[in-house]
Design a protein around this ligand. Sequence first.
Ligand code: ATP
Ligand code: MG
Length: 303
Amino acid sequence: MAVIQTMGLSKRYKDNWAVDRLDLRVEQGDIYGFIGRNGAGKSTTLKLLCGLAQPTQGEALIFGKPIQDSVARRRVGALIEQPGLYPDLSGRENLRLYATLLGLDSPVRQVDEILETVGLSPKEKKPVKHYSMGMKQRLGVGLALLGGPDLLLLDEPINGLDPEGIREMRELLLRLNRERGLTLLISSHILGELSKIATRYGIIQQGRMVEQITAGELAQKCTDYLHLQADQPQKAAALLERELHLKRWEMRPEGEIRIYEAVDTKAVGQILTQAGIAVEEMGLHRQDLESYFLERMGGADHV
Ligand SMILES: Nc1ncnc2c1ncn2[C@@H]1O[C@H](COP(=O)(O)OP(=O)(O)OP(=O)(O)O)[C@@H](O)[C@H]1O
Ligand SMILES: [Mg+2]
């Protein structure tokens, strides 16, 4: 069963579709990297998923139940945009306040466990206004952990952190996933740091899901491919597929053929030439992860 499944989920603000017919699926145990540039609709999607915003159209299921279902909702923890922290209280006091407001059982014990999990000392008396960005973000994750959720929705938890902060956050997220079995949905416009931990990706552009792909599929796609431009691309592709038993290849809009498996380039040339098809260009190409995402996020500008 999917932990999150949305079907045509949409949200319109005036005449702007912030989320546009989004089909998203997160499986149990995933670290789902939800990637998109600024304004793509990440925060809005997360708000829809935790009931902070109402969909204009479509629906979303959490643990197989509609979002309004209180039992399913109690299994969700969220950190969206900025954590709502009281600046003059310490981290422990902030957590205890929220734990009490939520009416949790044994709040003190839960709070101290959470502080330990997120790597903050219960003895730290400093008010959070003097916390580093990394400490604030980890405290934000701590807030989302109150009540012992099975699913965490985290909106850009890595944003604005320095390399050390990023490393700590990454380790925390991995720990929550591996040791506690939490399913995580993490939004980001920075791919690099998510790529070290994500098991599945969803790429969103202008409210739409451009691609949903597992980390394994992504690794395969980003290996070398053979770039081929021939004068009769449809015919060439059909011929190569049959003769070389190709399984992983695609036809790009401009008629470029990309073959994502090891093939003998000499054999490709011979097959096409014998069929009277002229090879205009042929060469190996390596696509790195960053450019793969940039292409799908809508180009490299303004990222
Ligand atoms: N409450 C709102 N009222 C009107 N428009 C909104 C509202 N919230 C979001 N939008 C618009 O919806 C679109 C998606 O915004 P959203 O905040 O979901 O994007 P995002 O991917 O989280 O971006 P960022 O990386 O900047 O956080 C944007 O065009 C934004 O201006
Ligand atoms: Mg956002």
